[in-house]
Write a protein that binds this ligand. Structure first.
Ligand code: ZN
Length: 333
């Protein structure tokens, strides 16, 4: 570049996707392409410092990549919840070092990557944003993004913008109640979608029917009659939740991803059958259910979208780095 400066669009965003199993990081360009991806296991020790050290190493490794030679355009972070985007803290219940004691992640990242904005959202909202920005929800006015995996999470895009609610935690679709007298849920409630449709819930139910296999992967790849029945049950529960959200939010589309959804048609067919039962009002019946397009990369792509398109995807809670100039430049055009 002639004048020695590099345009923001020529620098990637440093994206992080922090979960209970792994800490993932990547460099994502303005088109949403994941240029570099790295991951380390999440430290299992209940030591806040150990988790931060792992994140900081991930960050410095990414900054040393050739694709980041000219710096990065910003830092986007998706984290398992709960998160507090306004305070810039995370306290994910499945990360032992940070659970229950909010960690000042945005402040620490701002110190580690000076001069650019650091933007934080929950991992569910990041998946939804990614699918809306560059995936199966492209062009939708209002969509729900759902991850059906070890848990059931999600996020909302309403009127073309991410809706994260008063505390940044809207879109927790896994805790819609579908069985009022159902099982206690890890969230403290009862009868939530997650108690029926998550991978561990499928396995628990299958075992109650006499299945003697190992984990959700074994169950879903086995093609047994009990697996089909478990998926049908999960699909109905998800359909009840989707119809309910559509009735409240007038959705165009639900995009469904995650390890359990990767089984494909057996689950999606059950969702469609369930919706034909539960969706009554015409505006709910028009709801379309689509498989996610971005796969496991959605978390990183969505975290990057917080920086690339903040006016759409990070409108509710912006944490500015006082030294940043990126936002100032971009809000002018
Ligand atoms: Zn729950």
């Amino acid at each position: 570049v002639q004048d020695g400066r590099v345009a923001d669009a020529d620098r990637p965003v440093l994206a992080l996707d922090l979960g209970g199993t792994k800490l993932a990081g990547g460099l994502v360009d303005a088109a949403g392409t994941l240029l570099v991806e790295r991951a380390v296991p999440t430290p299992a020790r209940p030591d806040p410092h150990a988790v931060w050290v792992a994140v900081a190493r991930l960050v410095s490794g990414l900054l040393a990549e050739p694709a980041a030679a000219a710096g990065v355009a910003g830092v986007g972070v998706g984290s398992a919840g709960p998160v507090d985007p306004r305070a810039g803290t995370v306290a994910p219940i499945n990360v032992p070092g940070w659970a229950g004691r909010p960690f000042p992640l945005v402040r620490r990242l701002t110190e580690a990557v000076p001069g650019v904005d650091v933007r934080l959202a929950g991992d569910g909202p990041c998946m939804a944003v990614a699918e809306h920005w560059r995936g199966a929800g492209l062009g939708a006015d209002s969509m729900l993004g759902v991850v059906v995996s070890t848990g059931v999470g999600g996020g909302l895009v309403l009127g073309g913008r991410a809706y994260t609610g008063a505390t940044g935690n809207a879109g927790h679709v896994g805790h819609l109640v579908v069985e009022p007298a159902g099982r206690p849920c890890a969230c403290g409630g009862r009868g939530c979608v997650e108690t029926v449709a998550s991978g561990p819930s499928l396995v628990r139910w299958a075992r109650e029917q006499g299945w003697q296999g190992g984990d959700a992967k074994a169950l879903l790849s086995g093609g047994s009659a009990v697996a089909a029945a478990a998926l049908e049950r999960a699909g109905r529960a998800l359909a009840a939740a989707f119809a309910s959200v559509a009735a409240v939010c007038d959705l165009d589309v639900v995009v469904v991803g995650g390890g359990v959804a990767a089984v494909g048609e057996p689950l999606f067919e059950a969702v469609r059958v369930g919706l034909s039962d539960y969706a009554g009002l015409p505006f709910v019946r028009r709801l379309e259910v689509r498989p996610a397009a971005l796969g496991p990369a959605a978390g990183l792509v969505g975290a990057a979208a917080l920086v690339w398109a903040p006016e759409r995807y990070h409108a509710a809670a912006i944490t500015e780095n006082p030294t940043a100039t990126w936002h100032a430049r971009h809000s002018a055009d």
